[in-house]
Design a binder for this molecule. Structure first.
Ligand code: FMN
Length: 395
């Protein structure tokens, strides 16, 4: 039998196969970050579809890290009953779940939080929101570390089988890890060790609050693709090693920030993306997005080369590979070669929640996602996600 359908362990958590639903912001929470029926329905289908480990969309751990409309919150205890309904639904339908804990950092739009977004350094405006961030004080850094740990404890109380710390895609923890975003000269910046300090403290504090059998997973960038040097595969390999020293139970590797579309290689739906911006920003945004198109061509398994660099630094700690994973035969080959231990997908599951079941029953060998990225444009326009290949309403 294909290794993809054999069970695998992350720490003490046993997963029935090697398929992971990579965190995908759904735009389906209510205005207070609470779980809705739309959300439970989405994850019921994915669990029924035999996805072994389901990581729902990122959840903000602190009100100042609320990056999107319709984002789920895990920032206070009032969220727990709804989150429990979400975890229960996944369990009742045979899946395991890991809540993704996140802080939007400088990519949080100012109008979401009513103040300048937080960042390691105040340098440069965000290329999408055009907001200038504020440099975080010691007090705010400490408050944020505590917010991650408290959110992790809530996740477990709600029944999550594991937690994932979101340290990718240019959000707060990624910013601290990145020499491009982090220009600090204090103990939180200036060297790789110092830039690693925030995630180190978050991991340590989180672990200290969780039972030993609850795995802590990190999602991090292999490459920031920023205009000047940020995280690169070589640096990510060093960080991965340090994470294993801290007994992180698995690392998912991804790439990109708001500077490019490389997180989601494929088409750039320019008119749909521009529509998500204020009117006055649209003409320039269209020029910039059209310029990016050529550099964003879809490629299968686009983080695989980075995985080959990072995996040897991780000992026995599982690596979860995301980004352009579409063909079952390629997934099997990657796992057999030992370049990754689990395979993660986002866009394919938006189109085909029952994809894994179809693979298992021999009804399909490849995801039918065409990487049009209109699901992402929907998210950018605060419209609940689904496959909009045939057109986003109004276009
Ligand atoms: C609509 C949309 C929302 C996303 N939301 C998140 C998120 O909440 N957290 C996260 O870590 N990644 C998020 N991602 C990135 C995916 O998890 C994944 O890393 C990326 O799409 C590449 O995988 P794929 O080629 O299988 O889509 C999102 C992607 C899309 C398309």
């Amino acid at each position: 039998m294909s290794q993809m359908f054999q069970s695998v362990k992350i720490g003490e958590m046993e997963i029935k196969n090697r398929f992971v639903h990579s965190a995908t912001h759904e735009v389906m929470a209510d205005n207070n970050g609470r779980i809705t029926d739309e959300l439970t329905k989405r994850y019921k289908n994915l669990a029924k579809g035999e996805v072994g480990l389901i990581i729902p969309g990122h959840m903000y751990v602190h009100p100042l890290g609320n990056a999107h409309h319709g984002q789920m919150g895990i920032h206070n205890d009032d969220m727990i009953p709804g989150l429990k309904r979400l975890a229960d639904t996944i369990h009742e339908n045979g899946g395991k779940v890991a809540f993704q804990l996140a802080h939007g950092g400088r990519q949080t739009p100012k109008q979401m939080i009513g103040t300048q977004p937080l960042a390691p350094s105040k340098q440069s405006r965000d290329p999408v929101t055009l907001n200038k961030p504020q440099q975080m004080s010691e007090e705010l850094i400490e408050e944020t570390i505590e917010a991650f740990a408290a959110a992790a404890a809530r996740a477990v109380e709600a029944g999550s089988d594991a937690v994932q710390i979101h340290a990718a895609h240019g959000y707060l923890i990624c910013e601290f890890l990145s020499p491009f975003f982090n220009k600090r000269k204090d103990k939180w910046g200036g060297s790789d060790e110092n830039r690693f300090r925030l995630i180190k403290e978050v991991i340590k504090r989180t672990k200290s609050r969780l039972p030993d059998d609850i795995p802590v997973i990190v999602k991090m960038n292999t490459n920031d693709y920023t205009p000047f040097k940020g995280i690169t595969p070589d640096l990510a390999a060093v960080y991965a090693k340090w994470m294993t020293v801290l007994s992180v139970d698995a690392v998912e590797i991804s790439c990109g920030t708001y500077y490019t579309f490389h997180t989601i290689r494929g088409e750039i739906p320019v008119p749909e993306m521009a529509a998500g911006l204020p009117m006055w920003m649209r003409p320039v945004a269209k020029v910039k997005l059209n310029f990016q198109k050529k550099g964003n061509i879809f490629k299968d398994a686009y983080n695989l080369d980075a995985a080959k660099k990072i995996k040897p630094n991780m000992g026995d700690t599982p690596l979860i590979l995301v980004g352009g994973m579409r063909k079952l035969s390629q997934m099997e080959e990657i796992v057999e070669n030992g370049d990754a231990d689990l395979i993660s997908m986002s866009r394919p599951f938006i189109r085909e929640p029952f994809l894994v079941k179809r693979f298992q029953e021999g009804k399909s060998t490849e995801a039918s996602c065409v990487n049009c990225n209109k699901c992402f444009a929907a998210m950018f326009n605060s419209i609940p996600i689904k496959c909009y290949e045939k057109g986003l309403p109004g276009f």
